[in-house]
Design a protein around this ligand. Sequence first.
Ligand code: SF4
Length: 375
Amino acid sequence: MPFSEVLDREELADLARRAANAAGSAVRRALDDRPQQLESLAPLLSPAAAEMLEALARASHESTVARFGKTIALFAPLYLSNECVCTCTYCGFSMGLDIKRRTLFPAEVENEARELAHRGMRNILLVSSEHPKRVPPQYVASCIEAAKRHAPYVGIEIAAAEEDDYRRFVVAGCDGVVLYQETYDVDVYKRHHLGGPKMRFGWRMDALERASKAGAKHLGIGALMGLSDWRFEALALVAHARYLERYCWRSQINVSLPRINPAAGGFVADHPIGDRDFVQMICFLRLALPTAGIVLSTRERPELRDKLTPLGVTVMSAGSSTEPGGYEQPGAAGEQFELEDTRTPDEVARRLRELGYDPVFKDWENMALERAAAR
Ligand code: SF4
């Protein structure tokens, strides 16, 4: 049974409500005993747990170091296109917005990948808007091949695809598939996805299972923080990651929790999540998912990224551009959202070393192997 049929929204919403009222004794039990059941871990999301944030951060740090050591894998997104047939309330690429639109030719993708390689980046995530005519599967496969000539690790973050298309991407050299559900609350999802193929909630949710069957080595899930209650989304992310770990066990799972940033269209989040809650959520994810990678993007401020580094993060983007062609020709196309951390990959790497961490430019493979060895 796919995850879209397993997900029980009412049960998770009820658990989120109870977690918001959990007592300090339940938090201490969760910290001391590290139970497996989501119900027993949920108190770590409570205001009572926020009062014990230091203890939570310490436990999260120890768990991360025990599994992953002090390494942070660095990657850069490479945008293929911002032409989109979907209307998503929060996105700067949404159809109808007046921005400069562009889809790169595979040769231009190769130029971008070469430029990233010159900057030291060997782990590239190809990102695209949804446009069946401009960004068809054969085009994506060509772009993967072009990027692969300059990067040993190439992942994709594109529209949900058929299993056969994922197979084609894997044959072309795709190592991982990232697909954020944005929100696990189907009603909230409907309010924010107003047109285009992305409206299909269940089809999107089960895409990573298709990708894993097709041979993708890494799967990335995520929720766009700010669309719905953060406690609910945290619980849903853990439920989804655990499901994938169980049924897609050949693939390494990574979890992302991007916060909504300003974008064309001027969207304002209904449920903004503050820094302290964000820290608490990362600690909760780490303790609930000790073997999953946790990804932190350049949406966050440099000072906050530095502070979050020891808590549970294992993968970071660096030196990012969110516009197609943005590494070679910045400003030639509209960006998806504004970035907070504009440091170069070298500057991010230097700071990580100062913090006692090893930046890994090359791949996520070593981390997966390390994780397997730790089992
Ligand atoms: S979120 Fe994706 S599908 Fe929606 S408008 Fe933006 S690029 Fe298009």
